[in-house]
Design a protein around this ligand. Structure first.
Ligand SMILES: NC(=O)c1ccc[n+]([C@@H]2O[C@H](COP(=O)([O-])OP(=O)(O)OC[C@H]3O[C@@H](n4cnc5c(N)ncnc54)[C@H](OP(=O)(O)O)[C@@H]3O)[C@@H](O)[C@H]2O)c1
Length: 295
């Protein structure tokens, strides 16, 4: 039976450490980190994510603000809000919850966030820093995956890692983290996408397989190597009339098909999901230290 790589206990450990650091900063410097989230429109999933971020901030002693703007808001108004936050000394981390309404240019918005406050790690300067091996803020899901592997003592160095999915959110930043010349990296990575040929064959080469494609239970038992480690990033809703809500959440991996075959696997839900907030808090703490000069 595979070891279950649960994210909750890793998240709790990280949050407890950051909370301790915050208390110390508050006592010695009289300041705490501040995180601001801009939410545009009424997407219910985004509203839940933003509420959870605010709750985590409150729990560990960060100052947090949510600015909720209507979906009809102009791009200029959003840019103005970002500019105000960039200049606000009480706000160390700023993120704009994605996706944005169609009339707002996502790239333009991301580029207007001050790179030292870009706790999502999406600003081109921070993406570039990660690529050249001097990371400042690492996108939260990719960072969370490394933290799960670290916590569970899964060796990465020298391993063959196959990542399914090349998004800016997950696949690309994870590739850039794993190929770095440093501890908890030094892997040999293959990044696959919808045009990859012989995908199953490539997956079977993986010591560590990461699935981040958004296709329910796509990876089955025939696609994984014996005793490999499986990181399932996917969160997909599938209809299930036996549940009160009428659906259940599944990953990109057919869990029941492979759990007997592999060494370890992240469950869905409860694996990578809980790590995103922990990473965001780590990045905000890092932003605070960079802006206040705190060691
Ligand atoms: N656990 C978490 O905290 C967390 C965080 C973020 C995302 N997610 C979940 O992770 C999944 C991926 O999210 P994302 O934002 O990275 O997705 P995305 O932006 O939609 O990217 C999907 C990637 O998968 C590739 N792909 C699609 N079908 C494929 C196939 N049949 N074979 C190989 N590659 C295929 C696409 O290839 P092309 O580039 O060729 O189109 C693309 O690179 C989603 O289920 C999302 O909900 C979870």
């Amino acid at each position: 039976m595979a070891e279950l790589l649960k994210g909750k206990e890793v998240r709790e450990k990280i949050l407890a450490q950051v909370e301790k650091d915050v208390q110390r900063a508050k006592k010695t410097q009289g300041v705490v980190p501040g995180l601001k989230v801009l939410l545009v429109g009424d997407d219910p999933a985004s509203e839940v994510y933003v509420r959870n971020k605010a709750r985590a901030c409150e729990r560990i002693g960060f100052h947090s603000e949510i600015e909720h703007l209507p979906s009809s808001v102009s791009q200029e108004k959003v840019l103005q809000q970002i500019d105000d936050c960039n200049q606000d000394d009480s706000i160390h981390g700023l993120l704009v919850q994605l996706p944005l309404p169609d009339h707002i240019n996502e790239d333009r918005i991301i580029q207007s966030i001050h790179p030292l406050k870009d706790v999502d790690g999406f600003h081109p300067e921070n993406v570039g820093r990660l690529c050249i091996g001097t990371p400042r803020f690492v996108p939260c899901t990719a960072l969370g995956i490394i933290e799960i592997l670290k916590y569970h003592d899964i060796e990465i160095e020298g391993k063959d890692v196959v990542i399914l999915g090349r998004s800016n959110l997950v696949g690309k930043p994870l590739l850039n983290l794993l190929i770095q010349k440093r501890p908890y990296a030094n892997a040999t990575v293959t990044l696959c996408h919808s045009r990859t040929r012989n995908l199953a064959e490539k997956c079977r080469q993986a010591d560590i397989l990461v699935a981040a494609i958004g296709k329910p239970e796509f990876v089955d038992g025939s696609m994984v190597k014996e005793d490999s480690v499986i990181i399932d990033v996917g969160i997909n809703r599938v209809e299930d009339s036996s549940r009160e809500k009428g659906y259940r959440l599944v990953g990109d991996v057919k869990f029941a098909d492979i759990e007997e075959k592999v060494q370890a696997i992240t469950p869905v839900p409860g694996g990578v999901g809980p790590m995103t907030i922990a990473s965001l808090m780590m990045n905000t703490w890092q932003a605070f230290k960079l802006q206040t000069g705190l060691e």
